[in-house]
Design a protein around this ligand. Sequence first.
Ligand code: NAG
Ligand code: NAG
Length: 263
Amino acid sequence: MRLPLLSLLPLAAAKTILPPQEPHHIFSNPSEQTAFKIPTSYESAILARRILHLTPLGTLSTIFPSSSQHASSSSLEQRPTGLDGIPIGLMDYIADCESTGNPTILAINIATSFKNVASGSNISLSLQWTPPYPPSSRISLFSSANPSQYSAANLPRFSLLGYLEPIPEEEVEANDIGSCFVESHKDAKYWLPGNKIHASEWVRLVVREVYWIGGFGDRAYIGWIPVEDWRNVSKAEWKGVRLPGEKKGWREWGAEVLGGWEL
Ligand SMILES: *[C@@H]1O[C@H](CO)[C@@H](O)[C@H](O)[C@H]1NC(C)=O
Ligand SMILES: *[C@@H]1O[C@H](CO)[C@@H](O)[C@H](O)[C@H]1NC(C)=O
């Protein structure tokens, strides 16, 4: 005899929020009061700094230079025509090895992102929070769906906008940047500066602007985070908060609150 599908699901996965808290503003903060207290940009900055610390991969976006200012016209690269000014986003390894909120990156000179930077492009790093656990309390829409699916639109993501600068040798040594980076990325030991395969160097993304989407706009902050707030977040602050799904048992339609994410 076939069992009803529901009885095969873990008990917790069948729970839904009553009444369901449907989002009323998805991509912006409403001007009127909502059922939730929308966090301040500083509270969001704390969550963002925690995401930076816990997330080893991000997307670097740069812009192709005009063909005339191409830094390496003599290089082997054959690039299609018509790319001038077009943005390209590519995944790369990142780490949080300085206390300033400027991400640490190992720039490989021949990689497209860093060639564009060498030709004068600014850069942005886009990060998203991916919960390691599925939610245990579901919105009714998804409650019978694959438990590994969740509403990613209600989860934090953000972009750090700025430029790259080399990390001076003294600071690489003083802050032990190499060990910090390899702790997150064991394989990167093969392309550390001085390796025999590719020329590489330590750089930091100097953050100038931060754009944050914390989740649905009626319960999370959506907008620019002042860069002074971003830089000012202390280690104790980002260590003291929790993100949705860091631990088992979180509510899919939860909200950002002071002290992290309500569970
Ligand atoms: C990089 O950003 C700065 C600051 O916004 C701007 O002044 C500069 O023109 C940008 N560089 C390029 C190549 O677009
Ligand atoms: C940064 O933090 C320090 C110490 O907590 C505080 O005195 C200062 O006012 C803060 N700066 C900004 C711009 O928030």
